[in-house]
Design a protein. Structure first.
Lengths: 493, 101
């Protein structure tokens, strides 16, 4: 199966149903399909070996994604927010690719290969390209190259083949299952796996996508109300800003049936407030990785409702990522590869048709098909998966494995604290010691001693931070992942 | 006919078009309305089927035959029903999930 088939089926079945809205422009499924085919022919006539997209969310994004698929070329979205010196090597690594960009100047690009994204919506674009599209695109071909956010170092190019992404979509989405009035608001960036998976799922289900170029809490809420949005997906930073803006008043978003979140760990206080303010909205926590074609586990609305109603077991599970999707297998192993029992934390391994586990430098999947996520976690007796964080982030203090997330959750619950980061700093006696960097809420103050006492009250003494410092803000990726190596460098510098 | 993953097949007599999700593990004759399906690029006379009483083949549904292992996705619907070596090919049930994206 090939990604373009997903759109082809929707276009021939749903025809004039609206598919994508961006600004004042809406394209129907048939229009989107026609534009993607035109662009595919144009890309091939330019001799492109791939399609790079460097820009914000826009109607040109789905055209470029499906245009690349129709042409049988890999689609390579780049983070437009990167500085020139970071963007240039990524552009140069994809030298044969056509580059869809917002402006003509792209660092490291051959000007002849740059196409302004506004022209993708132009029917004149490519009308001269009299090129037949390939009748067969091998499911083994690379569909998407995604540079991982690289919270622990240089970005790596993850490869997703057509068969991985189509397995995810046809395995989890009912074709044309959406009602005509359904609309999904998308603010996750196009260079993130969530943005791509979201596009494929929504197009296959027949749901209109409404794109916002950038996230603003007020614009997001206004758009939900004005466009009668039924589905939205956010990363934790976005939900935190929405909750902050609402400041205790109800969200007044009656059309919003589902609000899903993922991309990074959600702070519990933010989630609990959001559950209170979004009355009638079902919450979904989606966990997945770039290398697994996005979502592999879900915590659904019933679990969120039960937690909100006070069920003690459900409250614990609110910090889980729910159960794995049908077709996904999960194992938790220790450092030596031994399978661990229920409840024991260790390294999380995944297997399934949507799991790629492959990079440009090679595959990390073992002979039995298991992909090492490098996340640490555990599974409870009813198969709920709990993710503690990246294995690389685990603090080992005196031989004890400590997940920074647990300490961060406790700190974030303190009334004076807006955000917190916990890292391990080298220590001659303990191997590592726990250090916390906290951001205070405006207009309040708290001392290091008070925070220390507070941590001792809520955590075992071995988990109480040894060093606590204050900062004005913490470094995050655009999807809200904490950049711990920068926090650590700051503390050690 | 060589049936590989991603191949596009079509009924020569009705509008049904299929995409192979999983190729068969043993040779199998896949038919639509009793007529063997062909490569989608091949000639399709399109005379129709004599028996169109069933629900036919539905767009977006996956059809899987356990015996041969073949699984196809219906890309275009039609009145013909699928069979593998004469066995009716059932729809592969999908568990609806809450929208995560």
């Amino acid at each position: 199966m090939n990604l373009s088939l997903l759109l082809e089926m929707s276009a021939s079945t749903l025809e004039d149903r609206p598919a994508v809205t961006s600004g004042s422009r809406t394209l129907s499924y048939a229009q989107l399909d026609a534009a993607a085919r035109r662009c595919a022919a144009k890309f091939l006539s330019m001799g492109a070996t791939g399609v790079v997209y460097c820009g914000t969310n826009d109607a040109s994004f789905p055209i470029a994604v499906f245009g690349a698929a129709y042409a049988g070329l890999p689609f390579i979205p780049l983070n437009y927010r990167l500085g020139d010196e970071q963007l240039q090597p990524l552009v140069e690594a994809n030298r044969g690719a056509v580059i869809i960009a917002e402006t003509a100047r792209v660092p490291g690009a051959d000007p002849e290969k740059v196409v302004l994204r506004s022209t993708l919506l132009d029917a004149e674009f490519s009308t001269k390209a009299d090129i037949e599209l390939p009748a067969f695109v091998d499911p083994e071909d690379v569909a998407i190259v995604l540079y991982t956010s690289g919270t622990s170092g240089t970005p790596k190019a993850a490869l997703l083949r057509h068969r991985h992404l189509t397995a995810y979509v046809i395995g989890t989405v009912e074709f044309a299952g959406a009602e005509p009035e359904q609309a999904a608001l998308v603010t996750v960036p196009p260079y993130h796996i969530a943005g791509l998976a979201n596009l494929l799922s929504n197009m296959y289900s027949g749901r209109r996508i409404v794109y916002l170029e950038s996230f603003d809490a007020q614009v997001w809420l206004d758009t939900i109300r004005n466009e009668r949005i039924t589905q939205a997906m956010v990363v934790p930073t976005m939900l935190a800003r929405v909750v902050q803006l609402l400041d205790g008043s109800p969200a007044d978003a009656p059309s919003l049936a589902t609000l899903s979140y993922g991309g990074a760990r959600m702070p519990l206080p933010v989630l609990e407030q959001a559950l209170e303010l979004f009355v009638g909205t079902g919450f979904v926590n989606a966990y997945g990785l770039t290398e697994t074609s996005s979502t592999i586990a879900l915590l659904g609305p019933e679990d969120h409702d039960a937690a909100f109603a006070g069920d003690p077991v459900a409250k614990v599970r609110l910090s889980s990522v729910g159960k794995v999707l049908p077709g996904i297998e999960v194992e938790v192993r220790d450092e030596d590869g031994t399978l661990l029992a229920v409840g024991e934390p260790g390294l999380v391994f995944l297997r399934g048709e949507q799991v790629s586990g492959e990079y440009e430098s090679g595959s990390v999947v073992d002979a039995e098909g298991w992909f090492p996520t490098k996340d640490r976690g555990w599974i409870d007796q009813d198969d709920y998966l709990f993710i503690e964080g990246r294995a690389d982030d685990t603090i080992i203090r005196g031989g004890e494995n400590i997940a920074p997330a647990e300490i961060e959750d406790v700190l974030r619950r303190h009334e004076a604290i807006a955000d917190a980061a916990v890292v391990g700093i080298p220590d001659d006696e303990w191997g590592q010691q726990i250090a916390a960097v906290v951001v205070m809420k405006p207009g309040v103050s708290v001392s290091v001693d008070e925070l220390h006492d507070y941590c001792q009250l809520h955590l075992r003494s071995s988990k109480t931070p040894y060093r606590i410092e204050f900062r004005d803000e913490l470094p995050h990726t655009p999807t809200g992942k904490l950049l711990r190596r920068e926090v650590l460098a700051d503390l050690l510098g | 006919m060589d049936i590989k993953a991603g191949s596009r097949l079509a009924c020569p007599e009705c509008s049904v078009e299929l995409v192979v999700v999983r190729p068969p593990s043993s040779p199998v004759v896949l038919t639509c309305g009793g007529v063997e399906v062909v490569d989608a690029a091949a000639d399709r006379p399109g005379g129709g089927h004599s028996d169109t009483s069933g629900e036919g083949t539905l767009v977006g549904k996956r059809y899987a035959d356990e015996d041969s292992g073949i699984e196809v996705l219906c890309a275009k619907p039609g009145p013909g029903a699928l069979a593998a070596d004469g066995r009716e090919v059932p729809i592969k049930g999908a568990k609806p999930l809450p929208s995560s994206d």
